[in-house]
Design a protein around this ligand. Structure first.
Ligand code: G6P
Length: 606
């Protein structure tokens, strides 16, 4: 949520900052700004409402050769999107950019009588607070450290001062920051993608750490100003992975690359010949796996739905295993109880979602073993869990999550198989899952290739509706929820997901000509029951688009029959159809598919 960049080196800072902000724009895009420091204590502050392209226009008319600066792309929390509320914020000689939320900003603001506030942001309170502690004898790093001791909340910040133009101070509490290092320059970013092309050597800042960044190096300290030794790591982000590569949108690219990304998820972990699974990073031995009696799955948004779908598979795979699935924002404040021998699966694409992270910490505090199902390597959640599975889906840039979902579900199914096998379930009983996992990438590839045009044509037919109702049974219920989420996120059509059997308990009252319905049906023992729900909708004048792997007769306005060899995992393929459907509806409505309104990719505020 929000993106931060900083640069101190020998090159023009404006170019490095704006190109970094473009990479981070998916994290927030309602306004953007940069400040650079030049000779004679001069600063050039440029801020614009809207996307980074608006800021680019400003930079063109205010170009300079400054070699130090900080920048920010915003997702509004306090105060509407506007130029005044855009970062960097200024107080005295200091400029500051901030991700996160200062919870006690009102109390602090009441004390800061000497600063006249221009914005409605909590961030301006923070910069004013630093300024109030920055007298002539004080170094910027000390003023920042003192200020942060008074702050309650979360932050990732970068701070500069015209009085100390050769230093950028950064600090972290709950909001990620990475510091890239080269021989003669230091680049700060809230996300590794902004470092790509500059350096692969970086320091991941931990909570409670403050860094003093100069051209020739970085010093770390804790909140008591005690030095900490620096830990430079090699980051791996591939340039190709963060470019559109000829696709119209990142979303279409990410949907289309699922065969490849899923192969990375499965690679080295699925042994089809011996019908075995080996997940390397669980940090659980066979005895511990065998001892698992309960699995709690937490996540937010699409990650939560990936968990929900996986829970159906886990209970099919492991006899006697109890499972619950919760949205992290809810669970963290509930008086929840975890049975003995629980393992918690913490599911997150970004590995930075604030609610998920808070929940993880609460679960760990209770002494429960935590495993991450994470995409972003080196992310905060990935570093705090006891073990886990990197899903290796590669960077996901489009705000709506697609390929991460597929890989997360595959990872959790592998986890289920591994528990089942540790508990002595015979290889023959898990073999159909393993065979289907192995075939899944090819099946997704075929469905995308064979049905893309048809899905696009059907999407045009439904793009003008204001409301949609998705329904499915069993494993297709979480898929219906995810389908509805995808549609609402990018098309802004109000969409509900329901268990097919629940329609008659309320939502069927909605059926009229302003609605269309997406009916999901699997060719299995529940087919006839799912068909009944569809018939009930038809009988009330519904406009049904049915998606199925069945060849049986279905009465619907539109039916997409996918030809797939898969049985157990067909819901994952049906979900890919839904992803394409939502994409084409959003395109037909002329929406900004990759950066839908009001959303952000990585939600690092509560
Ligand atoms: C945001 C994104 C969603 C994502 C959710 C959880 O809301 O827009 O696409 O599913 O956060 O994110 P995570 O990174 O934890 O999977």
């Amino acid at each position: 949520m929000c993106g931060i960049v900083g640069y101190i080196g020998e090159r023009g800072a404006q170019g490095v900052l704006t190109s970094g902000l473009r990479r981070l724009e998916y994290r927030g895009y309602d306004s953007a700004g940069i400040v650079t420091l030049g000779a004679n204590n001069q600063a050039t502050l440029l801020r614009a409402e809207g996307k980074v392209s608006e800021l680019d226009k400003l930079v063109l008319s205010h170009e300079n050769k400054d070699t130090v600066g900080i920048g920010h792309t915003r997702w509004a929390t306090h105060g509407e999107p506007s130029e005044t509320n855009a970062h960097p914020h200024k107080a005295g000689d200091i400029y500051l950019v901030h991700n996160g939320i200062i919870e006690n900003y009102k109390e602090l603001k009441a004390e800061l009588k000497n600063h006249s506030f221009e914005s409605q942001t909590d961030t301006e309170v923070l910069v004013a607070l630093v300024d109030s502690l920055y007298d002539k004898e004080t170094l910027l790093v000390d003023a920042v450290t003192q200020a942060l001791k008074l702050v309650v909340g979360t932050y990732g910040i970068a701070v500069v001062s015209t009085r100390e133009p050769d230093v950028i101070i950064v600090a972290r509490m709950g909001s990620p920051l990475i510091i890239g290092v080269n021989d003669d320059e230091t680049i700060i970013a809230s996300d590794a993608s902004a470092l790509v092309g500059h350096t692969d050597q970086a320091i991941y800042l931990n909570d409670g750490e403050i860094a003093v960044c100069r051209r020739d190096g970085v010093e770390l300290q804790d909140m008591s100003a005690q030095p900490i030794s620096t830990r430079v790591e090699t980051i791996e982000v591939d340039m190709q992975a963060i470019q559109k590569q000829g696709y119209d949108h990142f979303l279409l690219k990410e949907i289309s690359e699922q065969p490849v990304t899923l192969r990375s998820t499965l690679s080295g972990r699925v042994n089809v010949e011996d019908k075995l699974i080996k997940l390397g990073g669980l940090n659980l031995n066979t005895e511990e796996l065998r001892g698992i009696e309960h699995v709690t799955i937490i996540g937010c948004g699409t990650a939560y739905y990936a968990g929900l779908l996986s829970s159906y598979y886990l209970e099919q795979l492991v006899d006697g295993l109890t499972i619950d699935v919760a949205t992290a924002s809810e669970l963290r404040y509930r008086s929840f109880h975890l049975p003995k021998n629980t393992v918690a699966l913490v599911v997150s694409q970004s590995g930075e979602t604030a609610d998920t992270l808070a929940c993880l910490r609460e679960i760990k505090r209770r002494g429960v073993k935590t495993l991450g199902i994470i995409n972003a390597v080196g992310s905060t959640i990935a570093r705090e869990v006891d073990g886990g599975v990197y899903v290796h889906a590669g960077p996901e840039i489009s705000v709506a999550s697609t390929k991460a979902f597929t890989s997360q579900v595959a990872a959790m199914i592998m986890f289920g198989i591994q528990i089942a096998q540790a508990k002595g379930v015979g290889v023959q009983d898990t073999s159909s899952y393993i065979e289907e996992l192995d075939q899944l990438p090819n099946e997704i590839e075929a469905v995308i290739a064979n049905y893309k045009e048809q899905i696009s044509a059907i999407a045009k037919r439904y793009a003008h509706y204001d409301h949609a109702l998705y329904f499915g049974r069993d494993t297709l219920f979480p898929v219906a929820l995810e389908g509805a989420l995808k549609l609402k996120e990018i098309s802004y059509i109000q969409a509900e997901g329901y268990a097919a059997g629940e329609l008659k308990h309320g939502p069927i009252a909605l059926v009229d000509d302003t609605f269309f319905e997406v009916a999901l049906l699997l060719d299995n023992w529940l087919f006839d029951k799912s068909l009944s729900a569809l018939s009930e909708v038809n009988a009330r004048g519904g406009h049904v688009f049915a998606i199925t792997n069945s060849k049986k007769e279905i009465d619907a306005e539109e039916t997409l029959r996918i030809d797939t060899k898969l049985d157990l995992l067909a819901p994952i393929v049906i979900n890919v159809v839904q992803q394409l459907f939502a994409y084409y509806v959003a395109v037909a409505r002329g929406n900004d598919v990759d950066q839908p309104r009001n959303l952000a990719k990585s939600v690092t505020v509560e």
